[in-house]
Write a protein that binds this ligand. Structure first.
Ligand SMILES: CC(C)(COP(=O)(O)OP(=O)(O)OC[C@H]1O[C@@H](n2cnc3c(N)ncnc32)[C@H](O)[C@@H]1OP(=O)(O)O)[C@@H](O)C(=O)NCCC(=O)NCCS
Length: 183
């Protein structure tokens, strides 16, 4: 299977929701991680699509900004690959490519809730053992974290909450004309 990884394209968003429905099912939004995504935008620079030669969408990965007791971090996911094309390396390529981009962009900590067998080879370790927790139920063995910089997890523990968009992605506030009164 030939595919390429590209930054998420404007038209992909409309295809990603049905892809997530097909891969995760409709009740996925009841999961605790969705509470951290609600009302927030994904980190645009870390959203990638796997595309076929004809441009068709084969897979998607997105990240959300979070904070671990105030320390900025990113939440990996959702990651999904078209069911008929799973097991051909698309998922791993999306994870590898996006974690590389996250490191280059200076992100320091990445959290994921997913299968440890899949994420451990990328360097994820138990988040609970690091003293991290989520604001809702999670299967402890699926809750994992990775330091993207040496020492990034030192003295970082606590409850994970919503984060703020990276500065480069904050939309500039509309300029207000300030009328100065002359004394
Ligand atoms: C999980 C998923 C993204 C993996 O993508 P993929 O393109 O199918 O996987 P890859 O081809 O890159 O990797 C295949 C390898 O991962 C393993 N793998 C796939 N899904 C796995 C899982 N849930 N747990 C552990 N290992 C898994 C395969 O056994 C295979 O191992 P091998 O390389 O030793 O043979 C994809 O199967 C999917 O969309 N699943 C449904 C949604 C989902 O569960 N997403 C992950 C959320 S954390």
């Amino acid at each position: 299977m030939t595919f390429t990884i590209v930054p998420e394209r404007a038209d992909d968003a409309a295809l990603i929701t049905p892809l997530l429905d097909r891969t995760f099912g409709f009740d996925r939004t009841r999961k605790t991680v969705y509470r951290l995504r609600e009302g927030a935008d994904p980190v645009a620079a870390l959203c990638f699509s796997a595309v076929a030669g004809d441009g068709g969408l084969l897979g998607s990965i997105r990240y959300w900004p979070i904070a671990i007791a105030g320390t900025p971090a990113i939440l990996l996911g959702p990651l999904a690959v078209e069911p008929a094309l799973q097991g051909q390396g698309i998922g791993k390529a999306l994870v590898r490519h996006s974690l590389d981009a996250a490191e280059k962009a200076g992100h320091r900590i990445c959290v994921v809730v997913g299968d440890p067998g899949y994420y451990r080879p990328f360097g994820f370790i138990s988040a609970s053992a690091q003293g991290l927790s989520l604001p809702g139920p999670v299967e402890p063995e699926r809750f994992q974290v990775k330091a993207l910089r040496d020492g990034a997890l030192e003295k970082v523990y606590g409850v994970i909450g919503r984060g703020q968009a990276p500065e480069a992605e904050v939309k500039p506030a509309r300029r207000r004309r300030v009328r100065r009164s002359v004394a």
